[in-house]
Structures are given as C-alpha cells and as structure tokens.
Design a protein around this ligand. Structure first.
Ligand SMILES: [Ca+2]
Ligand SMILES: [Ca+2]
Ligand SMILES: [Ca+2]
Length: 467
C-alpha cells in the first residue's frame, strides 16, 4: 500500500506539473442510453436470380469479402412452391459494395440453372450441413466452419425439434469455383470434427463463427455453447494461428478465471460471454466508428438483434445487450422465431463504421432480411465519456453523477478522490473493463494518468459540461 501511495503522489504531481486538462465534452446527439440513431429494414435477400434457380425461402446468412467479391452462405433453402427443403445449404455472391439499396445475390447453380449446395451432407450420417463462420488466409481460398446436423428422435430432449448439431467441422472452398472440400478424414464422421457431442469435453458446441484481422496472426473463434443441445446461452472463445487452422492440436481456448489465459482444451476453458436471453451465434468485427470490437447476435427469445462491445476480439466484453432491432415491432403477429441467426456484414460498413448492415432470419416468412443500423456516438450526459465508451465500461450513458454514472468516480460519491485512484490501482493489469477508462483492453498506466486528470474534481452534473 505504501508503494501504491507513493505512486499516487508521484503521478498526481506529474499531472499537476504537466498541467493536464480534463477532457472536453461533446454535445448530446440522440436519446440517452442507446447507441442507435436510426435503423431500417432494407429488403429480403431472396433475389430474383435465387427464385429463378428454385429457391423460394432461406435462412442463415454469413458473409465474407474475398477480393472484389462478397461470398454469402445460407442454411436450408426451401422450394418456390411450398415448404419443402430442397437444399441443405447454399452459397451466393455479389460484387456490390453499397448495401443501402439491397444486395442482389447470385446463387451457385448447375448447368440447368438450378441452385446447388456448397457442401453436400454425407448420406446416412447427416441430415443437413449449415455453413457458419468464414475466414480467408490468402484472399483466395476460404475456410468455413460447418454445423453437421443429425436427426433427433425420442427419448432425446431435442426430439421436439427433430434435429441437433452432431459436431462442428472445417471445410474449404476456392473462391473461383465455390467447390467445397472437408478437412480431415470423414470415414468415421466424428473424426473430421473439431468438436462433437461425444468428444468428452462436456461442452456441446452448436455453431462456430470466426474473425481474423487483429494483426496478431490468429483466427478468433466464437463457439456457440449449449448445455443440452437445444438452448444456447454462452460463448467459449478459441484461437488458432491462421496458418495452422487445419491442425486441431493448434487450437487454444480462453479461460477468463483469475485473468485471461489460453489453455489447450475446450474442457479447460471457461464461458467468455453469457446470454441470459439465449442466442444462436454471434458475428464479430472491429468497428472503427465505435473504436471497439463488436459482436452482433439475436437474443431475448429471438425477439431482439443486439450488440456487445470489447476492446480486443477476445474481450473483456460488456455484459448487457445494446438493442439494435426490436423484432417484436417488426413482426408483431408472428408466432414463429421472429429473428434468428442475427449477423453483421462488416464489408458493407459505411461512413467509417457509423453505418453497419446486419441480417436475421424470420421463421414465418422463411426469409433472411438485410437491415441498416446507424450509430450515434454522442455524450448524452455530458460527462466527458461517449455513450459507446460508457456502454463498454458499464457506466450509465444517461447519468453523469451517482453510482456507476461517471467513469472516473468508481465509488459513486460524486468526486474523484484518493479512494478512486486506489481502487483503480487495485485493478491495475486486471481484465476488469470498468477500470479500463481508455478502452485499451485492460487497466494500465494510461488509465491511471487519465484518472489523475480528474483528481479532486466533481461529477459534471446533468446537462452541464464535464469539469
Ligand atoms: Ca457520457
Ligand atoms: Ca455517464
Ligand atoms: Ca469517488
């Protein structure tokens, strides 16, 4: 403690000598407590070229840009005359870069202009194959994780649904021909999965999304965990060097207990993100405008498309849902799942990321819809910390004073005192995002310096500029 006090005094003097001024405030630009300025539905992604190829409905919708082409995979496709599933998955492309007036997706077809799947199920072993997260190591070949789906019958709990995910595999396709190949020997199907329901990890994985681009050579994976093969309510995070993506032994798993560490097996990992309202897969991308990694997903009983924020692709993630789309108001009379498989499509982000495009599937219409989200990034409560920053920190973007309202006032007494600085020092180098004032990923010296700028100041008060 003596050492800490010495450091406090030293840093306080440093701040005074340097004449550091408190941050200025910006003007409020929208309703308090939300990051969304505007949102609207653009269109269904069921393009005329799809219906002419025999696709009358579809779900899913994951995309990746490779060169000048955006590749889109979908789950089951139904025919144009009824509800019969005609394809277990599908792939389509577009070279459009502006999604503001919808996207015309062209499906992969055969010589007779009939849509064909990206990856065929193994007869007798799989009911369907649903493509999930994609990543490209060389801007040419694409790797994608797939959900291998089997039939489910009583007495299994999944019998009511009729299917369950047997395991998650990895496959690849070349972007020129969209011909897919599974990685591994699938003679015994469990052998070619990275994770499967009887692999002994004690964790059932029902989906896997992926992102690269953190500048560290890793692909980060978001494993959609289920405790019973039905409900899905947590994410485990894995990573693998992109050059070793085919090597099962090269995957590492995040354990967030007592600091962040990467461990060798799924069974040793911990839940990285929890979703009390359920979810079914999340899509992660860095958003320049919010200066955060963003995860988009559906939750709240498939009635909401929502978002969380993190400083790095592995966390720490904030633990409340920022609502992007209220699907109850979009589909008020629906009886099925209003919005499932919510995903973002970061290659279409516009205005430096202030505008993003997301998709979700609607069960009743059996369509995948494209939707636009425009963020605001104001400082609604004028406390010197943007709404996006406060959403990440977990403080109230609508209140500048009181408990958990003003970021540098950790104990909520309205002033920044030695007690607050000690509190920050106690969390130095932890992964507690509440103390990560500059949003860099962990509380560090930069956060202590930032805290000192506010030393002995009072919270700004509602509507008044920050001190
Ligand atoms: Ca604020
Ligand atoms: Ca605040
Ligand atoms: Ca205080």
């Amino acid at each position: 403690m003596a050492k800490q006090l010495t450091l406090v005094v030293f840093l306080a003097l440093l701040a005074v000598v340097a004449g550091v001024e408190a941050r200025g405030s910006s003007r409020a630009t929208g309703p308090a407590g939300t990051l969304v300025a505007f949102q609207d539905r653009i269109c269904s992604l069921l393009s005329p070229s799809k219906t002419s190829a025999g696709i009358g409905g579809q779900d899913g919708g994951t995309s990746l840009s490779v060169g000048t082409t955006s590749f889109w995979t979908f789950g089951d496709a139904i025919n144009t005359t009824g509800r019969t599933v005609v394809l277990p998955n599908a792939i389509a492309t577009t070279s459009q870069t502006d999604a503001s007036a919808c996207l015309a997706l062209t499906p992969k077809v055969n010589a007779s202009n009939a849509a064909v799947p990206l990856l065929r199920p193994i007869v007798g072993q799989e009911m369907a194959v649903w493509p999930d997260g994609m990543v490209t190591p060389d801007n040419s070949n694409v790797y994608f994780y797939y959900m291998s789906v089997r039939r489910c019958a009583a007495p299994e709990p999944c019998a009511a649904r009729g299917w369950t995910v047997r395991g998650i595999g990895l496959a690849t396709f070349d972007s020129a021909t969209m011909t897919a190949t599974r990685i591994g020997d699938c003679t015994r199907i469990n052998d070619c999965f990275l994770w499967h329901e009887t692999d002994g990890s004690g964790v059932a994985i029902m989906g896997a999304t992926a992102v690269s681009g953190n500048g560290d050579g890793y692909v980060y994976l978001y494993l959609n965990e289920s405790t019973n093969g039905i409900s899905q309510d947590a994410v485990r995070i894995a990573r693998v060097p992109i050059g070793s993506i085919e090597n099962k032994a090269a995957y590492q798993y995040l354990n967030t207990a007592g600091g962040y560490s990467w461990v060798a097996g799924l069974a040793l990992s911990s839940r990285a993100i929890q979703f009390p309202g359920g979810f079914n897969g999340m899509s992660v991308a860095f958003n320049q405008y919010l200066s955060k990694w963003t995860a988009v997903y559906t939750t709240n009983g498939f009635n909401t498309v929502a978002m969380r924020l993190a400083a790095t692709p592995y966390g720490p993630w904030n633990d409340s849902d920022t609502v992007l789309i209220d699907c109850k108001s979009l589909f008020p009379n629906d009886t099925g799942l209003r919005c499932y498989f919510g995903r973002q499509h970061s290659e279409f982000a516009a205005n430096n990321g202030q505008t993003i495009y997301v998709t979700y599937s609607n069960e009743q219409s059996y369509q995948t819809y494209l939707h636009r989200i425009v963020f605001l990034n104001g400082d609604s409560d004028h406390d010197g910390f943007s709404d996006a920053s406060e959403t990440y920190l977990g403080t109230d973007p609508a209140r500048a004073c009181g408990p958990n309202a003003w970021p540098p006032d950790f104990n909520g007494d309205g002033r920044v005192t030695v007690s607050d600085i000690l509190s920050l020092l106690q969390h130095y180098n932890s992964y507690d995002r509440r103390y990560d004032l500059n949003g860099s990923g962990k509380p560090s010296v930069a956060d202590i310096l930032l805290e000192l700028r506010y030393f002995s100041r009072s919270c700004p008060g509602e509507g008044r500029p920050a001190p």
